[in-house]
Ligand binder design. Structure first.
Ligand SMILES: Cc1cc2nc3c(=O)[nH]c(=O)nc-3n(C[C@H](O)[C@H](O)[C@H](O)COP(=O)(O)OP(=O)(O)OC[C@H]3O[C@@H](n4cnc5c(N)ncnc54)[C@H](O)[C@@H]3O)c2cc1C
Length: 421
């Protein structure tokens, strides 16, 4: 959308509010999966929304990532009414095998362990498979203006209003809104500009992400293998491909990435195991830094943070995006209810409801992933004994196994209305 078109959409004021002076009830900064999910979840809210994304659609769609999509996220997408568009392009997994290096006692999570109401335990989606249907859906929401590419440059809070300066086609435009939502990722400029501090640390490890095609069927099984250098995940994808997330200390990860394809495959095969036969490497390998981060606050008057802008965690267990999808569903529920009750959605009392709901739950998962990484990424004998005993118990004590499984797939904690079946 050009600046002229944008100006046209804003005149007469594009608003459902009773107070004059607002261009939109809500401005979402960041059209990644979390920002798009929030806009989509508010389709029937009666709120007027501007969603701003800096990266051109083709670049955003081409991001070489894939995610474990947990049961609750799938239910939220179902609640939004978009799941049918996502499902054909993603893989399902029916079981997860958890193991400690070569130790033979494997914990096997299967659908029979809990009532998932589906033959699957979870799903794996490439970035485009989530992003494209969400973009399409949002473009068809009458109450959402999707502005891409455009960048939020600065924001300025007043008592009843936020002024948002947007750069479109090299020109600047000012938008007024009641509530600004930062869905602008881990380096959130909105969070920084608001002076919200964060706590956390960078891990001593990096993650290598690569895609492979095994000789034999992946059999719809996901693996999380804990090696001393770090967790190693195998996730099934459509077309009998698999995505691996290989965590290793920075220098080792860099060295692995610098290997030739043949050398890399030889190293990879040792971690991967022989269960799927020979592996063929598909495309490039990507390396990611990983960190744990929790924002001190998720909300301020007229501002809310969601997704990676609010928190980051270790990729073990594939939690980060799933937490963001839950943030989006929770915030949508809180502000939609407030709006229907005639309240001002930017008021701190309203936004605090979202913070109380999500901050504690996210912290629990951040702690869980950190614990998993630390307990398994070492060779200290007493720790090895305790963790292997833990795995042995988990495989044999159903209560323990069900608790761990439900925690991992999002079925612990408060369920947003959109995710209730
Ligand atoms: C190796 C690795 C593996 C992972 N695996 C999983 C997994 O299996 N499952 C899982 O749940 N999670 C996983 N994660 C975490 C997941 O990638 C993130 O949690 C998720 O991508 C965050 O989404 P987001 O929408 O919050 O942020 P982002 O995807 O970072 O989106 C932010 C968007 O905001 C836009 N933006 C930024 N600034 C501006 C601005 N000023 N104006 C306009 N737009 C702006 C950006 O262009 C971007 O599109 C993994 C992470 C890593 C590193």
């Amino acid at each position: 959308m050009s600046l002229t078109q944008l100006t046209q959409t804003l005149t007469p004021p594009h608003t459902t509010t009773d107070k004059p002076g607002y261009d939109y009830d809500l401005v979402i900064v960041g059209g990644g999966i979390v920002g798009l999910t929030l806009a989509a979840a508010l389709k029937n809210s009666g709120l007027s929304i501007l969603l701003i994304e800096a990266r051109v659609t083709s670049a955003a769609v081409a991001k070489g990532q894939a995610y474990a999509v947990h049961m609750l996220s799938a239910r939220i997408f179902q609640g939004i009414g978009i799941w049918d568009k996502i499902l054909p392009n993603i893989a399902k997994y029916r079981q997860v095998f958890l193991s400690d290096a070569d130790y033979p006692d494997v914990v096997k999570f299967q659908t029979a362990d809990i009532d998932t109401q589906t033959p699957e335990l979870g799903y794996v989606a490439e970035h485009f498979a989530l992003l494209e249907p969400l973009q399409e859906f949002v473009k068809n929401c009458a109450n959402v203006t999707y502005l891409c590419p455009a960048e939020v440059v600065t924001t300025q809070n007043e008592k009843d209003i936020v002024n948002v300066n947007i750069k479109v086609d090299g020109e600047q435009q000012q938008i007024k809104t009641k509530l600004l939502v930062a869905a602008d990722g881990s380096r959130s400029k909105i969070r920084e500009a608001a002076g919200i501090k964060t706590k956390g640390w960078k891990y001593w490890q990096s993650c290598i992400v690569a895609f492979v095609r095994p000789e034999k069927s992946h059999n719809y099984t996901a693996y999380e293998k804990f090696w001393q250098s770090g967790p190693f995940a195998i996730l099934p994808l459509p077309g009998n491909r698999c995505r691996i997330v290989w965590t290793a200390p920075h220098e080792e990860a860099k060295a692995l990435c610098a290997l030739s394809d043949e050398e890399f495959l030889a190293e990879l095969s040792q971690r991967y195991g022989k269960q799927m036969g020979k592996l063929e490497l598909l495309g490039d390998r990507f390396i990611f830094q990983v960190q744990l981060m929790q924002s001190d606050r998720y909300v301020l008057p007229r501002l809310a943070l969601v997704g990676d802008a609010a928190h980051n965690c270790h990729p073990v267990g594939g939690q980060g995006l799933n937490l963001g999808i839950r943030d989006a569903a929770a915030l949508a529920e809180v502000i939609q209810t407030a709006h229907q009750n005639g309240a001002d959605i930017g008021k701190i009392e309203i936004l605090k409801q979202y913070e109380r709901w999500r901050k504690k739950e996210n912290l629990a998962i951040l702690g869980f992933t950190d614990l998993l990484d630390r307990v398994f990424s070492n060779n200290i004998l007493p720790v090895v004994v305790i963790r292997r005993l833990g795995l042995w118990l988990m495989q044999r004590v159903p209560m323990l196994k069900i608790f761990a499984l439900k925690l991992m797939i999002g079925l612990k904690g408060r369920t947003p209305e959109l995710g209730k079946m």
